[in-house]
Design a binder for this molecule. Structure first.
Ligand SMILES: NC(=O)c1ccc[n+]([C@@H]2O[C@H](COP(=O)([O-])OP(=O)(O)OC[C@H]3O[C@@H](n4cnc5c(N)ncnc54)[C@H](O)[C@@H]3O)[C@@H](O)[C@H]2O)c1
Length: 715
């Protein structure tokens, strides 16, 4: 043994080579934490002190090679000064360079995921062999930073600036065949041949058949591009990437700039440029929020996994109702491998549901994500039916019939008589209390909410709603099924609107209020889209459906009359009276026409202004900031209330639900992170300044106390 640490070890092999194996004790994956980097320094020093080593093999004893740096350390470390961060990265550069400069050939056997710092680690060696199943990539820009341990320097020199930009700006995980084609790795082999091939390569290099020294020179020299080529590659890429990333995500373009600036320099100089850009990006709010998002996501996943472990997976599912949602649920279940019965009372509805699933699968085939054969198999997992004939062995049912409490209660009771005693029953209701729906059931403990978002195949969130009598088994089985479907489940407690709609409707309330004070709905949409929402509130209401929104709003108003009830006629009522239901009948705030692909395209409808006019109570001058405040404050306050009322357990889950459920701007991290960023005190002051607008803007006592004590939602 040449070196033994907690994250890695170095052993002498019988043929004169040494092997450095990453195997982080007590963890399922290898991460390059601060401690692991320190050990790596010691290990390299130990290797350098050995006189007779002929070659070095880097390997991993885990399923993944190295998943990256330890992101849980980021908030702490990035809190240091920019100079500190530059220096920190320069130290890692020196260490990685010392591996690159070892006086003998080096090779990495990439057995699994090699991401971020893990990918940068493998770029230091002369050769790389990759298992067929492994993936490699630099996802740093997704966290608002750029690769900081040499990725921006070595990768373009290895695979060309254009390819490297694609990997780095896109943050993609790349498959072995793509990596081979670009020259990121030298060979791709089956897992069981990996080590042998890597050692063969070392032997070839040692025998002088492979010029390992020439390989490292390429990585250390300036990039081989003439001025015109460089201009073409970098300037085109910057324009394209800036357009794709949007103004709120600066890291991808900054990465390109760092690559470009370092292109004409030798290794060390280029690394200096990289370190400076890295440090600058690590200090941005966007990075802080995206790292927070990653950590929140981990927490949400961990909680779901804990539930998953308590139950058996759903082998056979069922959905009642083959409408928009039922059809979507059937497609999603089948596409992820769980057979599902789809029951409706109307044959036409079944046909429509199947047609929709067919269309979605066909798109997968078109995009080469699925073969025609796989599509046939997946489709056969959906069993349309008009009867309860085969429900005796169904493990879990999702009820997705019309949103009417009487119909739902009757359907649920009928269903309960058809399924096994321990079968789980869930409802996809968007507004009706789960506790009240359970009242008609003999086994309310087996029942809970399973709230999907539209369109089911695209929206990642599933709210799992715990009614008063729902058992933990019912919750666990529902969480597990949502995971089986590839969704992100978040468990919440029952209340009108649950978490997401309860928070969304005060936001709409803010919007209606704005219009009543003379704001132009198109301007509000533009301001909120610029703020980062995928669509502004008027457009979103059109997509949700103005009838659906009105109905849900009434449920909310009944549940929270003190804040949400309005006795007068609102713009929402007017739109409904005029039969403007939104996208579903091509007319809402906007009009909808079909574009060339047959998708609805929104166009301006001047007559909307005439409709709204009688509802305008006064005309105020409103700045963009006023609009943002009046939209965001009610949403944030309702999120605070949900947390205080125990509807959602943690700030992390609340924020993730809003990001996954309604497209809250991810780079802002969620409603509670948004309050933290502003400072609780400043937020309370802002809300107080809007208090005259009504109770939607009322600050809770607890939040006021937090402001006084200088507390935050996130530590
Ligand atoms: N559409 C959305 O955006 C959305 C989002 C989240 C949740 N939801 C909820 O999902 C549920 C379904 O909504 P949808 O938009 O799919 O409605 P939909 O009108 O498109 O579909 C309802 C289907 O249920 C069928 N049905 C009625 N009674 C039935 C019965 N007794 N047995 C079996 N099938 C029956 C109807 O024939 C119809 O096909 C509602 O509770 C709704 O609130 C909808």
């Amino acid at each position: 043994m040449i070196y033994q640490g907690k994250a890695l070890k170095v052993q002498a092999l019988s043929d004169g080579n040494a092997e450095l194996t990453f195997d982080l004790q007590g963890e399922s994956v290898n991460k390059l934490s601060t401690a692991a980097i320190l050990e790596l320094g010691e290990a390299v020093a130990a290797i350098q002190s050995q006189k007779d080593i002929k070659g070095l093999l880097l390997s991993s004893a885990k399923e993944a090679f190295i998943v990256g740096a330890d992101i849980t350390e980021f908030h702490g470390v990035f809190g240091e000064t920019e100079d500190y961060l530059v220096e920190m990265n320069q130290k890692v550069h020196a260490l990685f360079n010392s591996i690159e400069d070892l006086p003998f050939p080096t090779v990495t056997a990439i057995n699994g995921l090699a991401l971020g710092g893990g990918c940068e680690m493998v770029l230091t060696t002369d050769f790389r062999v990759m298992s067929e199943k492994a993936k490699i990539g630099l996802p740093e820009t997704k966290l608002g930073i750029i690769p900081g341990w040499g990725g921006c320097v070595r990768l373009p020199r290895l695979i060309g600036a254009d390819n490297a930009i694609e990997w780095i700006a896109g943050g993609t995980e790349n498959k072995a065949d793509a990596a081979l084609k670009m020259g990121a790795v030298d060979a791709v082999v089956p897992q069981d041949k990996l080590r042998e091939t890597a050692l063969d390569i070392l032997a070839e290099a040692q025998a002088g058949n492979l010029d390992w020294q020439a390989r490292r020179e390429v990585k250390k020299a300036p990039l081989q591009l003439n001025q015109i080529e460089a201009m073409m590659v970098f300037e085109t890429a910057k324009g394209f990437v800036a357009g794709k990333a949007g103004p709120h995500y600066p890291a991808p373009v900054e990465a390109i700039k760092a690559i470009q600036k370092g292109a004409t320099a030798q290794r060390e100089k280029a690394q200096e440029v990289e370190a400076k850009t890295f440090a600058k990006m690590a200090k941005t709010d966007v990075c802080f929020n995206l790292v927070g998002l990653f950590l929140n996501d981990q927490l949400v996943k961990k909680k779901a996994s804990a539930y998953e472990k308590q139950v058996n997976p759903t082998k056979k599912a069922a959905v009642l109702g083959a409408g928009i949602m039922g059809g979507g649920v059937a497609y999603q279940s089948a596409s992820k491998g769980t057979p599902i019965m789809m029951k409706d009372i109307a044959e036409d509805a079944l046909l429509l549901g199947l047609k929709e699933a067919n269309k979605l699968f066909s798109k997968q085939v078109e995009r080469k994500k699925m073969t025609a054969e796989q599509m046939g198999e997946a489709l056969s997992r959906i069993r349309p039916t008009l009867s309860y004939g085969d429900f005796a062995d169904v493990d879990l049912t999702v009820e997705a019939v019309v949103e009417n409490p009487k119909v739902k209660s009757a359907v649920l009771a009928e269903l309960e008589d058809q399924v096994a005693e321990d079968a789980i029953i869930t409802s996809n209701t968007s507004t009706i209390s789960i506790t009240s729906l359970a009242k008609n059931l003999k086994r309310p403990e087996n029942f809970c909410g399973m709230h999907f978002f539209n369109p089911v195949h695209r929206m990642p969130l599933v709210e799992v709603i715990r009614g008063e009598k729902s058992s933990e088994t019912a919750i666990a089985a529902t969480v597990a099924y949502a995971k089986q479907m590839g969704k992100t489940p978040i468990v919440v407690n029952d209340c009108p609107g649950f978490l997401v709609n309860r928070v969304l409707f005060p936001y709409f309330g803010g919007f209606i209020g704005l219009l009543e004070q003379g704001a132009d709905f198109q301007k509000v949409d533009k301001v909120m889209e610029k703020f980062g929402w995928p669509m502004g509130p008027a457009y979103l209401l059109d997509v949700v459906g103005l009838d659906t929104a009105l109905h849900a709003n009434e449920v909310m108003a009944e549940g929270f009359p003190e804040r949400m009830k309005r006795d007068d006629k609102t713009i929402l009522n007017v739109m409904n009276e005029q039969g403007r239901l939104g996208q579903k009948n091509d007319t809402g705030f906007y009009r909808y026409e079909e574009d060339r692909k047959g998708k609805p395209k929104k166009v301006v409808d001047e007559s909307t202004y005439d409709l709204i006019k009688p509802q305008i109570k006064e005309t105020r001058e409103l700045s963009d900031d006023d609009i943002i405040a009046r939209m965001m404050v009610p949403l944030c306050l309702e999120t605070v209330r949900c947390l205080e009322d125990g509807i959602v357990e943690t700030p992390a889950e609340a924020d993730m639900a809003l990001i996954y459920g309604i497209g809250f701007p991810p780079f802002r991290g969620g409603a509670l992170r948004y309050i933290d960023a502003m400072g609780v005190k400043a937020f309370v002051e802002l809300a107080d300044s809007l208090a005259e607008l009504g109770p939607l803007y009322g600050v809770t006592d607890k939040l006021r106390a937090m402001a006084d004590k200088g507390e935050r939602f996130y530590a």
